[in-house]
Design a protein around this ligand. Structure first.
Ligand SMILES: N[C@](CCCC[B-](O)(O)O)(CCN1CCC(O)CC1)C(=O)O
Ligand SMILES: [Mn+2]
Ligand SMILES: [Mn+2]
Ligand SMILES: [Mn+2]
Length: 304
């Protein structure tokens, strides 16, 4: 396939400096060349322009709303452009608020997409249910039709309309879900496989059930949003909100290989790499583990 790589050097969806350097360290780790070495045609589209709004005061408890909202619009426009020329878009983040623009942009090209959200967290707080006000904990709430009446129209988000339904989402890797998120997941019946289910059923059964739940006929395009904190922090320590007891390398490989096998992968977001956290060993490990996972979405299979 033709892969379009897009950097999203963004950090204003949360409060730690560093995720803006995610694209740089992933590129320096060789992600473009390693995908090309798999026989993929890879075009690096550079970085999305990041907007910085002065005096961007919190609104409805959400921090940096104008900066996040306006940048998300540019992300959506750029993602749409990439997907008009390439088959698959790989976005290098950047904090997970990037997914607002990534999914909105993908949905313009693939309106029937389903979302696999690989993460320790549910990232579906509304501005009111969030305890932090960090928009990287809220992206899905801006995108889901069923939550539209619960989410205030924040300044900077005028351009955005919900584009997915709750039934189109499946989580794998959850282990730090807030009370408000739990209520939303239950109220709207969102498919969710926490680490408990991964242990109970095994990753093969979890992946099979997740795909069947969102796409029983096996024909819808897949948007895979990968938060590197889904993996155990011993594998990806350089990330802002690590949670122990995460996915193993082999479990994460398996998810990537199975999604690749569908042949319906439309987009992969790589979120929450923060190279300023931890020491140099941690940073290198995080980058190397992340890239080794991404390679498995594109034909690098353990069986050859
Ligand atoms: N759900 C959290 C964390 C979001 C993580 C976003 B990511 O993209 O990395 O998945 C919860 C934060 N909260 C912090 C204090 C704790 O005591 C409880 C959880 C929030 O800030 O909304
Ligand atoms: Mn997370
Ligand atoms: Mn709809
Ligand atoms: Mn996340």
């Amino acid at each position: 396939e033709r892969i379009g790589v897009l950097g999203i050097p963004f950090s204003k969806g949360q409060s730690r400096v560093g995720t803006e350097y995610g694209p740089e360290v992933l590129r320096n780790g060789g992600i473009v060349r390693k995908l090309q070495n798999l026989g993929c045609h890879v075009k690096d589209h550079g970085d999305v322009e990041v907007i910085h709004v002065e005096n961007d005061d919190p609104e409805e408890n959400a921090k940096n709303p104008r900066t996040v909202g306006q940048t998300s619009k540019l992300i959506a426009d750029k993602v749409e452009q990439v997907l008009r020329s390439d088959d698959i878009c790989v976005t290098l983040g950047g904090d997970h608020s990037m997914a607002i623009g990534c999914i909105a942009g993908n949905a313009r090209v693939e309106p029937d997409l389903v979302v696999l959200w690989i993460d320790a967290h549910a990232d579906i707080n509304t501005p009111m249910t969030s305890d932090s006000g960090n928009i990287h904990g809220m992206p899905l709430s801006f995108l889901v039709h069923e939550l539209e009446s619960y989410v205030p129209k924040l300044p900077g988000f005028e351009w955005l309309s919900p584009c997915i339904h709750a039934k189109d989402i499946a989580y794998i890797g959850l282990r730090d879900v807030d009370a408000g998120e739990r209520k939303i997941i239950e109220k709207f019946g969102i498919t969710a496989f926490s680490m408990q289910e991964v242990d109970k059923y095994g990753i093969n059964e979890v992946v099979e059930r997740a795909l069947r739940a969102v796409d029983p006929e096996g024909k819808r395009p897949i948007h895979l949003s990968f938060d590197v904190d889904a993996m155990d922090p011993t594998l990806t320590p350089s990330t802002g909100t690590p949670v122990i007891g995460g996915l193993s390398l082999r479990e994460t490989y398996y998810i990537a290989e199975e999604v690749a096998r569908t042949g319906r992968l439309s987009m992969v977001d790589v979120a929450e790499v923060n190279p300023l956290l931890g020491d140099d060993k941690d940073k290198k490990l995080t980058v190397d583990m992340t890239i080794s996972v991404i390679q498995r979405f594109f034909g690098n299979r353990r069986g050859g």
